[in-house]
Design a protein around this ligand. Structure first.
Ligand SMILES: *Cc1c(COP(=O)(O)O)cnc(C)c1O
Length: 359
């Protein structure tokens, strides 16, 4: 059994994907070819925003948000401690200070109450300038944007949605990628919508931000390609990856139904043994991961392993526990919920072809 069965998906889509890749090989526009723009349009339509700007990976997408918002030394950017490293990394890479926030114990996402406390603490201390919040749609479930948007507005902070895992999720019919001032996603192969290498994208309704993202992604270009008006990076999505994604996006709604069916089946058979993942009323998860909570995690994982079922831990180390952030001097008592989750969570195989894969 595979934890994520990309081979089964490829077998299902092989003819369409091979044909799309062949088209790129025939026209030869490997960088910024026509498939890139076609994909950006389809993604913007799917998510329901005005602009989609593709880039090289989900981390660059987040880094570009820091550049567009001019995040710099002396700024505070709030993010969950229970997330993938890239969320916090881009804040520190911009020279700003990540301020870690505890999690909601049932949704695994950033806790709005704890967020507000930490914003107030930073303001009271007066050393850093609160600038932005990066919320994460952990394991496919959108964060609590109705509450986060209220807090961001109250304190005049920009809100960034890290939808690297969240693509396909919804809150009351509004799709992941459309929350906050700007959103990012990743097309790393194992994400809900993945390509066959690295890839990423940014979503926004703002014309001004979109123009800045398009400039920063190609060396800070101006109107003329060889007139560089700001310092940017080189972060483009390869045309071949866009071609793969166009076919995968067409199949994505069907796959989402299969993911949800798999999650419902898991919930029904596991609810008496573990704390199963909570999807609040009105929310829809894209099930990037199916994550359980158990006080006997090691024993449970060993039992699954003996049955030939692979399991994984996302995440065993919170941001405040990372060596790279040691100098920020948080303790587990500062972030008790996330610290406990890191000791108790484990994830089961989750992909749209679970029924079809036999080994
Ligand atoms: C995967 C991931 C990223 C980074 O995406 P890459 O494409 O691997 O750079 C950022 N944030 C979260 C929450 C992720 O899961």
């Amino acid at each position: 059994m595979q934890f994520i069965d990309l081979a089964a998906q490829y077998q299902h889509l092989k003819q369409r994907i091979d044909k799309r890749i062949q088209t790129v090989l025939d026209h030869g526009h490997y960088i910024m070819g026509p498939e890139v723009e076609e994909l950006e349009q389809r993604l913007a339509e799917y998510v329901g925003v005005k602009h989609c700007i593709s880039c090289a990976n989900g981390t660059d997408a987040l880094q570009l948000t820091m550049m567009v918002l001019d995040i710099k030394p002396g700024d505070a950017v709030f993010c969950p401690t229970f997330t993938f490293f890239a969320t916090a990394e881009v804040i520190a890479y911009a020279g700003a200070t990540p301020v870690f926030v505890d999690s909601d114990e049932r949704t695994f996402n950033i806790c709005p109450q704890d967020l507000e406390k930490r914003i107030q603490a930073v303001i009271a201390e007066g050393k850093l300038v609160p600038k932005a919040i990066i919320a994460v749609d952990l394991f496919g479930l959108p964060a609590n944007y109705p509450e986060l948007e209220t807090i961001a507005a109250k304190y005049g902070l920009k809100l960034i949605e890290d939808a690297a895992q969240g693509f396909g999720g919804e809150i009351n019919g509004k799709r992941a990628g459309s929350f906050g001032d700007m959103a990012t996603t990743s097309f790393f192969p194992a994400k809900p919508l993945g390509c066959y290498g690295d890839g990423g994208a940014i979503f926004t309704n703002s014309d001004e931000y979109a123009a800045l993202f398009r400039s920063y992604r190609v060396h800070g270009k101006g109107k003329d390609k060889y007139d560089n008006v700001r310092i940017g990076i080189n972060s483009r999505l390869d045309t071949i990856q866009a071609a793969v994604l166009l076919e995968k996006l067409a199949e994505f709604p069907t796959e989402l139904i299969a993911r949800n069916r798999a999650a419902v089946n898991y919930n029904e058979s596991l609810a008496t043994k573990y704390i199963t993942p909570l999807v609040p009323e009105g929310f829809l998860s894209s099930w990037a991961q199916y994550t359980l909570i158990s006080e006997n995690r090691d024993a449970e994982m060993a039992r699954y392993k003996a049955e030939g079922v692979p399991t994984m831990i996302y995440y065993g180390t919170c941001m405040h526990q990372q060596t790279a952030f040691k100098q920020l001097a948080y303790t587990d008592d500062d972030l008790p919920v996330a610290s406990r989750l890191a000791k108790q969570v484990f994830s089961l195989p989750m992909h749209p072809y679970l029924r079809k894969s036999k080994n």
